[in-house]
Design a protein around this ligand. Structure first.
Ligand code: PGA
Length: 248
């Protein structure tokens, strides 16, 4: 399975620094071999200009969220057909920051993933436990329930990627141990196989949460870790490229 390394810029980047970051990444991509698929998810305001820079390159464009409806009276939202129209091939749905800031439930996340599929986008569906839930031994139960609630029937190996992101590891510099990451990824793999017998084994499972150049190789070497969703470190093109280069 080709690993996928996805950059989640979150609400960071104005026109010039965003474009400079992508140009730098593209110069690395042009000058070196890489063993992964790469997707960059800038804020919505930069999608059109960055789409222009990525044309003809192997780096794909992704949105950070989409609405479940295709169009309509939803002020401030962006729909999956709009993302496809501007050149996106991917969209992140159900990031823990959206689940928290916008009270997105599993059902909402599932309908966003279905909308992404209907527009030909690959949904990067995020799941992950809080620190309290981990301390309480609930990690697998929480992640299992999120998967059941957030994955629509339309899932296949091409249109869906699952990202396991422990909330307490996001932006904190802390990560689970390699064994803990492995345990959750194996569990997600089993759930995917049970729910989608034809495709589950081929759905990529990314790890996210404080991935950086210094820990990427160890995390990406874990059997069922099929890539990474990178926040903070993706804001530096050299660090993001170093993570891309850490794929086994
Ligand atoms: P981080 O964020 O790499 O800054 O921890 C990851 C994410 O939230 O996707």
């Amino acid at each position: 399975m080709t690993p996928l390394i996805a950059a989640n810029w979150k609400m960071n980047g104005l026109g010039r620094d965003g474009k400079d970051r992508v140009r730098k990444l593209l110069s690395h991509v042009a000058a070196n071999k890489h063993k992964c698929d790469i997707v960059v998810c800038p804020p919505a305001t930069l999608l059109a200009s960055i789409a222009g820079l990525l044309t003809g390159s192997p780096v794909a464009l992704g949105g950070q969220d989409c609405h479940a409806a295709g169009s309509g009276a939803h002020t401030g939202d962006v729909s999956a057909p709009m993302l496809a129209d501007v050149g996106c091939r991917h969209v992140i749905v159900g990031h823990s920051e959206r689940r928290a800031d916008h009270r997105e439930t599993d059902a909402v996340v599932g309908s966003k993933a279905a909308a992404a599929h209907a527009s030909g986008l690959t949904a990067i569906v995020c799941v992950g436990e809080s620190e309290n839930q981990r301390d309480g031994g609930e990690t697998l139960a929480v992640v299992g329930a999120q998967l059941v609630g957030s994955l629509p029937h339309s899932v296949n190996a091409e249109n869906t990627v699952v990202a396991y992101e422990p909330i307490w590891a996001i932006g904190t510099g802390r990560t689970p141990t390699l064994d803990e990451v492995s345990q959750v990824h194996e569990f997600i793999g089993e759930k995917l196989r049970d729910a989608f017998p034809d495709d589950g084994d081929r759905v990529r499972i990314l790890y996210g949460g404080s991935v950086k150049p210094s820990n990427a190789a160890d995390l990406l070497a874990i059997q069922r870790v099929n890539g990474a969703l990178v926040g903070g470190a993706s804001l530096n093109a050299d660090d993001f490229w170093a993570i891309c280069q850490s794929c086994p």
